[in-house]
Design a protein around this ligand. Structure first.
Ligand SMILES: NC(=O)C1=CN([C@@H]2O[C@H](COP(=O)(O)OP(=O)(O)OC[C@H]3O[C@@H](n4cnc5c(N)ncnc54)[C@H](O)[C@@H]3O)[C@@H](O)[C@H]2O)C=CC1
Ligand SMILES: NCC(=O)COP(=O)(O)O
Length: 339
C-alpha cells in the first residue's frame, strides 16, 4: 500500500493544528499517511492542540518508504526546503509561509505523478501569501493542473480540471473558480460548460458505479425567466447541455439557482453544476465548513482538501475543528482505493 501525503498548508494558519488533531483523533485513518512541510511549524501545531497532554511527537523521514517504520502516535514528516528557524507569525500573511505551502504541494504533486504516493490531501493555504511568495497560481487547483500538464507534456488547456465540493448532502462542480465575478461571467461559455459537464459525468460515473443525475444551475435569477433576465441560459447553457446529452449524459435544467440546491439536497440529483465559485460553494459551506471536502476532478492523481481556509482568526488557539480534514483523508483513501 502506497502512503498518502498530507501537505502542511500555510503554517501561519490552522493547517498544522488540524493535522495534529487528525493524527491524535484518528490513529487508524492516519496510519500510512505522512506530512509534507516543515518540522518546526508542525511541532508548533502539535503544541497548540495538546492541552495538558504531551504533544504528539514528529518524526522526520527522508523518504516515503520510511513511513511504515514510524511508530503509532507519532507523526511522520518529510521536510521540504530548509527547516524554519524564525517561525511565521500566526494569523499573518507571510511570503515565507506561502513559499513553504507551495513547495509542499509541488513536492507531493510530483510524488503522486511519479506513482510514489497514493494520493495527496492538502491542508489550506493562504492565497495572498502564495502571491507574496511569487507563486504564479491562485490556489492548489491551478498549481496541480500545471504540474499534471507538465508531467504529461501537454499545454495546461489540454489538462482541464474542475473543483468539486461535497458533503453528505450535496455535491457541486464549478464552471470557474478563482477569478473576479466579472471574469466568471465571461467564463460561462459553451465550451467551458460542456467541459464541466463531461468531467462531472466521467468522474462521478467512476465513483458511483453508475451515470450521475446532473442538475445544471442557470446563471441569472430564475434561470433567466425565458430570456427576460438574461440570455446565457438560452444562448450558452442549453446548447452545451444538448451537446452533452447527445453523448448520453443524464442532465436536468437549467434550473433557478436559488432552488436547485434545495432539490439536490432532497435527493433529486447526484450533483449540481454551478456557473461560478460562490453560487456552488455558499450552499455547501452553509451546511458547515467542518463537513465539506474539496476534490479536484480531471487530474491524473487523487487530491482532496478540507473545504475551509486558513482561518487566521482562530489560528494558534487550538480551537480549529479537524473534521473536514479527517473527511478529506477518508475520501482520499476511498478514491485511491486504499482501505
Ligand atoms: N483548500 C484551501 O487551501 C482553501 C484556502 N482558502 C484560503 O484561506 C484564506 C482564508 O479564507 P477565509 O475566506 O477567511 O475562509 P476560512 O475558511 O479560512 O474562514 C472562514 C470562517 O470559518 C472559520 N473556520 C474555518 N475553518 C474552520 C475550522 N476548521 N474550524 C473552526 N472554524 C473554522 C474561520 O475561523 C472563519 O471565521 C484565503 O486566502 C482563502 O483563499 C479558502 C478555502 C480553501
Ligand atoms: N474556495 C475553495 C478554495 O479556494 C480552494 O482552492 P484550492 O486551493 O483548492 O484551489
Amino acid at each position: 500500500m502506497k502512503p498518502i501525503a498530507i501537505t502542511i498548508g500555510d503554517p501561519a494558519g490552522i493547517g498544522p493544528e488540524i493535522i495534529a488533531k487528525a493524527y491524535a483523533q484518528e490513529p487508524e485513518l492516519t496510519r500510512g499517511t505522512f506530512v509534507v512541510g516543515d518540522v518546526e511549524c508542525l511541532r508548533r501545531g502539535t503544541r497548540s492542540v495538546a492541552g495538558d497532554a504531551p504533544p504528539l511527537p514528529v518524526a522526520v523521514i527522508d523518504d516515503v518508504v520510511d513511513v511504515v517504520d514510524v511508530p503509532p502516535r507519532c507523526i511522520p514528516l518529510l521536510q521540504v526546503g530548509t527547516p524554519f528557524t524564525d517561525l511565521p507569525t500566526i494569523g499573518k500573511v507571510d511570503a515565507a509561509a506561502g513559499r513553504l505551502a507551495a513547495e509542499a504541494v509541488t513536492w507531493a504533486a510530483r510524488a503522486a505523478l511519479r506513482g510514489d504516493i497514493a494520493a495527496l490531501v492538502t491542508a489550506p493555504l493562504h492565497k495572498e501569501a502564495l502571491a507574496a511568495a511569487g507563486v504564479p497560481f491562485p490556489g492548489h487547483t491551478e498549481l496541480l493542473q500545471a504540474e499534471a500538464a507538465l508531467h504529461a507534456g501537454v499545454a495546461v488547456e489540454q489538462m482541464p480540471v474542475r473543483m468539486m465540493l461535497a458533503n453528505e448532502e450535496l455535491r457541486t462542480v464549478l464552471v470557474s473558480i478563482h477569478v473576479a465575478l466579472r471574469a466568471a461571467l465571461d467564463a460561462v461559455t459553451c465550451e467551458r460548460v460542456l467541459e464541466t459537464l463531461r468531467i462531472t459525468d466521467r468522474t462521478l460515473t467512476r465513483a458511483l458505479g453508475r451515470r450521475p443525475k446532473v442538475a445544471v444551475a442557470g446563471l441569472n435569477p430564475h434561470a433567466g425567466e425565458g430570456g427576460l433576465f438574461g440570455r446565457e441560459e438560452l444562448d450558452v447553457i442549453v446548447p452545451a447541455m444538448q451537446a452533452a446529452e447527445s453523448e448520453g449524459l443524464d442532465l436536468h435544467g437549467p434550473f433557478a439557482p436559488d432552488t436547485v440546491f434545495m432539490r439536490a439536497r432532497r435527493g433529486e440529483f447526484d450533483v449540481v453544476v454551478a456557473m461560478y465559485h460562490d453560487q456552488g460553494l455558499i450552499p455547501v459551506k452553509y451546511l458547515g465548513v467542518e463537513k465539506g471536502v474539496n476534490v479536484t476532478l480531471g487530474l491524473p492523481l487523487v487530491r482532496t482538501s478540507p473545504d475551509h481556509g486558513t482561518a487566521f482568526d482562530i489560528a494558534g488557539t487550538g480551537k480549529a475543528d479537524a473534521s473536514s480534514l479527517v473527511e478529506a483523508i477518508r475520501m482520499a483513501r476511498g478514491l485511491a482505493g486504499v482501505r
